[in-house]
Design a protein around this ligand. Structure first.
Ligand SMILES: C[S@@+](CC[C@H](N)C(=O)[O-])C[C@H]1O[C@@H](n2cnc3c(N)ncnc32)[C@H](O)[C@@H]1O
Length: 218
């Protein structure tokens, strides 16, 4: 299904506080280095048009949010949402989330990782391109604090089942998948993400789970 077109942010909108290039980030990403405070830090991989990061950062002012989006125009579009309302607890990073999870985030430092509707890469030979793969699961597990959450929603049953199996096999410290409920939408942007809205409006089932990282001894 094609994506709808993007509204360009106005030229006059200052994105300097809300859009960072992944090449120009500090080598250690934390609330301290990005927001100059110690609030819990949540990371979204593949923010798309930024509905989640905009709504979540507005609803949870005591947490910080970083959205990472590999397609520059989407990162900019999402950053523009944050800039328009002068959000102080959320930024967008334009670039690839995988090296950030692998190298730039300290062990046990994230409150949550969010992955919503990652690209399915349907063909078997392309599956290794999936954003949730063996290495990224190991990396995100390392980055989460004990008790930290990993939210994963998709409408691709095969991706959902493969990921649940993979986590059980390589990352049991994440515990068991906890189903998350569908929330009744009260208006057109009352969805977790744009892709959730698209799936629900087309009556496509959505699989929603989260994990909560256990302590090593649990
Ligand atoms: C199918 S879209 C879903 C967007 C959004 N999460 C939603 O649910 O509406 C997947 C998004 O992940 C982004 N993406 C894919 N690989 C990525 C990566 N390695 N790092 C950051 N973003 C990535 C894509 O550019 C795309 O915008």
């Amino acid at each position: 299904m094609p994506r709808s077109s993007l509204r360009r942010p106005g030229q006059e909108l200052d994105l300097s506080k809300h859009l960072r290039d992944s090449e120009q980030l500090p080598s250690n990403l934390s609330s301290n280095t990005l927001f100059s405070n110690e609030h819990p830090l949540e990371l979204e991989v593949g923010s798309g048009k930024g509905l989640f990061i905009d709504n979540a950062s507005l609803a949870n002012p005591a947490h910080n949010y970083v959205g990472v989006e590999i397609i520059a125009k989407y990162a900019k579009h999402s950053a523009a949402k944050l800039a328009r309302r002068q959000a102080t607890n959320a930024i967008m990073v334009s670039g690839n989330a995988e090296p950030l999870l692998a190298e730039s985030i300290a062990q046990g430092s994230l409150e949550a990782v969010h992955v919503y509707f990652p690209d399915p890469w349907w063909k078997k030979r392309h599956r290794k391109r999936r954003v949730l793969n063996e290495q990224s699961i190991i990396n995100l597990t390392r980055c989460l604090r004990t008790g930290g959450r990993f939210h994963f929603w998709t409408d691709v049953l095969d991706y959902f089942e493969d990921t649940v199996e993979l986590i059980a096999e390589i990352s049991p410290i994440l515990g068991v998948p906890i189903p998350e409920d569908e929330i009744t939408a009260t208006h057109d942007l009352d969805y977790r993400t744009h892709f959730e809205r698209r799936s629900r409006q087309n009556f496509i089932p959505v699989y929603r789970i989260r994990y909560e990282k256990r302590s090593a001894l649990a």
